[in-house]
Ligand binder design. Structure first.
Ligand SMILES: N[C@@H](CCC(=O)N[C@@H](CS)C(=O)NCC(=O)O)C(=O)O
Length: 211
């Protein structure tokens, strides 16, 4: 049954879906879509009306929204379960994913990483006040996550948060925030060592990516 992931190489949300597929050991094809390009193909917009990435298409079944995609991957394919069954534990997983989506993505990725790392790599000016606002908002997010992360196993919450943390700590400002939270720092040491993280590492843009 064909399985296709439409996504952007540097997208954290695409990486979350790739992490789930890697943890399950599921083979798939990738189609590259840059959601920031001015000319996102109409064929992609037909799959995702908001023009974001990723979208998963499984044997004709098209699905967007990363939380829905990773839960689908976990339920539809064999391999290790990435969600517990116990209601309290499952609620914590869903809560962490919600916190990351609602409060973490923008400051951790779009403010601290994009301005502190990505834009600099592309030779674009970094907006220092934007980084500072991102650090302040991210500190609140990491403080909230400190008691919520698990200290063993792997779940969809670890993948969701992990994809964002991987970018966040590439900025020295982000790495400094993480050091203030010992449980989270230990969680990150453990989770980032998983083979799925090495297998899905997007790297950083090079001179050739400038546009
Ligand atoms: N709620 C969406 C968010 C996906 C998202 O924001 N993806 C980013 C890339 S990491 C994107 O497509 N951004 C394009 C834009 O902001 O225009 C999901 O969970 O899949």
């Amino acid at each position: 049954m064909p399985l296709v992931l439409h996504g952007y190489h540097y997208s954290v949300y695409t990486r979350i879906a790739r992490l789930a597929l890697a943890e399950k050991g599921v083979a798939y094809q990738r189609v590259e879509v840059d959601p920031f390009a001015p000319d996102v193909p109409a064929s992609y917009l037909a799959l995702h009306p908001f023009g974001r990435v990723p979208t998963l298409v499984h044997d004709g079944f098209a699905l967007y929204e990363t939380g829905a995609i990773t839960r689908y991957i976990d339920r539809a394919f064999p391999g290790p379960a990435l969600q517990p069954r116990e209601p309290h534990e499952l609620a914590r997983i869903d809560q962490v994913i919600g916190v990351v989506d609602s409060y973490g993505y923008w400051p951790m990725v779009r403010q601290v990483f994009s301005h502190g790392v990505f834009r600099r790599r592309l030779g674009r000016p970094a907006d220092t006040p934007e980084i500072e606002r991102g650090v302040a908002a991210s500190t609140k997010v990491l403080a909230a996550l400190e008691p919520l992360v698990a200290d063993s196993g792997v779940s969809l919450a670890d993948l969701h948060l992990g994809a964002m943390m991987a970018y966040f700590v590439l900025a020295p400002e982000g790495a400094r925030v993480l050091r203030q939270y010992p449980r989270l720092a230990a969680w990150w040491s453990r989770v980032s060592a998983r083979p799925s993280f090495a297998a899905t590492d997007p790297g950083l843009p090079t001179e050739g990516d400038r546009r």
